[in-house]
Design a binder for this molecule. Structure first.
Ligand code: TRP
Length: 348
């Protein structure tokens, strides 16, 4: 009997955890995006215990970018980056948000279940209001309904696919919690339709410093783009801000962007070596030269694939279309069920 039970237990496979995350399609991917998001997501796409959903959040991009060429270009660049870096697009479902009409449809259903007061507390919106107040403007100056209801659209992205885990940066935790709140309210009123998602923040992945030592971010204009020519990569690395310590003078690794980026790409052994070199007073020029070599070695193979994909947008498009078909295999029945739940259904 016990043996039979044991046999049965091995037959039952654990349901896979569903991971889902979105990438806003503005700008060109940089080293910080790579280390913080792309690399771990690509690794997860190869793991059997997860079912990964990754999508290009182009509706979210419209919130902060009104330049059609940039949205279009960035969508290609980001998709090509993920594919060039080895995303397993057969195993993971890789799609573009705007190819899934069920997302905006659900966003409306959720808008009707989301407290305005909850949205008032969203960080991105509050920051915009504070900036206006500091500048002596009207509190609502320049604030669109897109920005205000951003967390509702994000909740739709997540809840539509019943994601268990949502890997995000710290700044997005609040949005995932709002998705939980909204999902819970919907479930409470209309029945248990949604899995309540959890944010996953990896404390081990580095938040890279940029050229000026602040967090590497498009909004600070201090980034090192991910796919540069060798020459350009070298140039950017040479621009990383350092202090005036001479060769031979010991340098502090912890406060150095050069060391920190090194650490994000290096093995534990290489990191220990560089730490020792800092203590020995390695020249900044030499440290940067080694950093270039390390980063270049990791990115060079993907760089060629990336260029090839940029020149073959039809290939990227067809991968995204395939992803959309697979995503809609989930989202279509789900939206049918939700429409029915709220009372939007055929008369007979
Ligand atoms: N708002 C996220 C960001 O700026 C991107 C995003 C959109 C997202 N929809 C999502 C992330 C759903 C996780 C889940 O980083």
């Amino acid at each position: 009997m016990a043996a039979e039970q044991a046999g049965l237990a091995t037959e039952i496979t654990m349901p896979k955890q569903r991971m889902l995350t979105g990438i806003t399609t503005t700008g060109t991917p940089h080293l910080g995006n790579y280390v913080g998001a792309i690399k771990p997501a690509v690794a997860a796409s190869h793991q059997d215990q997860y079912e990964s959903f990754y999508f290009l959040a182009d509706y979210h991009a419209l919130i902060k970018c009104h330049d059609p060429e940039e949205i279009h270009r960035s969508t290609l660049e980001i998709a090509a980056s993920w594919l060039a870096l080895g995303l397993d697009a057969e195993r993971a479902v890789f799609y573009r948000q705007s190819d899934i009409p069920e997302i905006p449809e659900l966003a409306w259903l959720l808008n009707c279940m989301s407290a305005k007061g909850l949205m008032n507390r969203a960080h991105a919106y509050k920051a915009a209001v504070h900036e206006n107040e500091a500048a002596g403007e009207d509190a609502d100056f320049g604030i669109t309904m897109g920005l205000f209801s951003y967390p509702v659209l994000m909740a739709a992205d997540i809840l539509l696919f019943n994601a268990d885990k949502v890997p995000v940066g710290r700044d997005q935790i609040q949005h995932v919690e709002m998705a939980r709140d909204i999902g819970q309210r919907f479930n409470h009123h209309f029945g248990g339709h949604f899995v309540l998602p959890e944010a996953v923040v990896d404390d081990d992945v580095a938040v890279l410093q940029g050229l000026d030592g602040r967090k590497m971010s498009k909004s600070y204009g201090n980034t090192i783009p991910l796919f540069l020519s060798e020459k350009q990569l070298k140039k950017h690395i040479n621009k990383i801000k350092t202090n005036l310590l001479e060769p031979g003078e010991p340098k502090d690794p912890e406060s150095s962007a050069v060391f920190q980026i090194w650490q994000a790409f290096a093995s534990a052994e290489q990191t220990a070596e560089m730490r020792a070199a800092f203590a020995d007073g390695i020249a900044w020029g030499e440290a940067k030269k080694r950093l270039f070599e390390l980063v270049d070695a990791e990115l060079a193979p993907a760089r060629d694939r990336y260029q090839a994909l940029l020149e073959a947008p039809e290939e990227v498009e067809s991968t995204l279309q395939d992803g959309a078909r697979r995503a809609r295999d989930y989202s279509r029945p789900m939206i049918e069920r939700l429409r029915d739940a709220v009372g939007i259904r055929p008369l007979v």
